[in-house]
Design a protein. Structure first.
Length: 335
């Protein structure tokens, strides 16, 4: 797989929670080359591999389609766009960020800010209700293009950095999608002892809503949530973060199946794939929390890609972690 090409393709598409149609349509096309059947159901993209029988375990691989961003709430008299947040955002970073507003047509904008020359030393971190987007248009023109509920995404295309790193918006969780697509490529022509469903799920950032629907429909025996987790950056607490370049983090939590965690760790060790433990004392904050309590309960694990600057326009990952994640998924499914 050409990782950069795939990530550029996936991250170029806007898909804030509840408005993921464009991403879903692209994901469906990408899955059709490796899956026997692909469908879009309630916004989720579901791909199926193999004829399901009671003699083989059915394994669900999941990554979420959606990204954090904003919804338009109002247009002010002087032509600024007011917004509400979609997902958890760091408002310290919002002033002067470039965004794209997705109305009847796409409009570029910038979140307004007070220049340092005009500040009085009493400025504070704005709340979402204080943010205003400047498009250059007056109110009368904006009202012909934008409506309340239209999505707003960050305008931050994927960029290469040094040492195999890339940065951009929506790497959470388009990189998880890329890892699964890589695993599916590697499984082509292999004799599998399981059947597989792939779920590219909607609305994870607003409560794992797509995961609930998707897992209920698929009814798997085992589910793996492939998401991102915190990679240590400058000043971060190393006890709460993984190491960038250290490989995927395998979840260990009372809310996850110990059996699945042990199997994933054993698979990584056997195949000499770099990995890191991610110990969580409660819930995981991923779609795994929904999978484990679906129907009669599903054996659930997490495989997470270390990522810096989560939920910002400049998320950062290392490609080696992404490739190792794909290799771990492949090896697990082939055992």
């Amino acid at each position: 797989m050409d990782w950069i090409k795939t990530l550029k393709l996936l991250t170029a598409l806007a898909g804030v929670s509840g408005r993921e149609t464009t991403v879903a349509e692209m994901a469906k096309k990408l899955l059709e080359s490796t899956c026997d059947q692909v469908e879009i159901y309630q916004g989720n993209v579901c791909g199926y591999i193999g004829h399901r029988t009671s003699s083989k375990p059915h394994i669900l691989l999941d990554a979420h389609l959606d990204q954090v961003g904003f919804f338009v709430t109002a247009i002010t008299e002087n032509g600024f766009v007011r917004v509400g947040n979609i997902g958890g955002l760091d408002y310290r970073l919002m002033p002067a960020q470039r965004v794209i507003l997705h109305g009847k047509e796409e409009i570029s904008g910038v979140i307004s800010c007070v220049p340092p020359h005009l500040q009085d030393g009493k400025e504070h971190v704005p709340s979402v209700t204080e943010l205003a987007i400047d498009t250059g248009y007056p109110k009368e023109m904006l009202e012909k293009i934008l409506s309340p509920g239209d999505a707003v995404s960050f305008d931050m295309p994927l960029q290469r950095l040094e040492n195999g790193c890339v940065t951009g918006a929506s790497l959470d969780d388009r990189c998880g999608m890329a890892a699964i697509l890589y695993a599916l490529e590697q499984l082509q022509g292999q004799d599998l002892s399981c059947t597989i469903s792939v779920l590219f799920s909607t609305q994870e950032e607003v409560g794992e809503r797509g995961a609930m629907i998707g897992a209920y429909r698929v009814n798997p025996d085992i589910a793996l949530a492939v998401d991102v987790t915190f990679a240590k950056g400058h000043g971060d607490d190393p006890t709460k973060c993984g190491k960038l370049g250290g490989g995927p983090m395998i979840g260990i939590s009372p809310s996850l199946s110990p059996e699945i965690s042990r199997d994933l760790i054993a698979t990584a060790k056997k195949n000499r794939i770099p990995w890191q433990p991610e110990v969580m004392s409660g819930m995981t904050g991923t779609n795994a929390d929904r999978f484990s309590v679906t129907r009669e309960g599903v054996l659930t694990g997490t495989v997470s890609i270390p990522l810096r600057y989560m939920h910002t326009p400049s998320e950062l990952i290392q490609i080696s972690d992404l490739e190792a994640t794909g290799k771990l998924l492949t090896a697990y499914l082939l055992q």
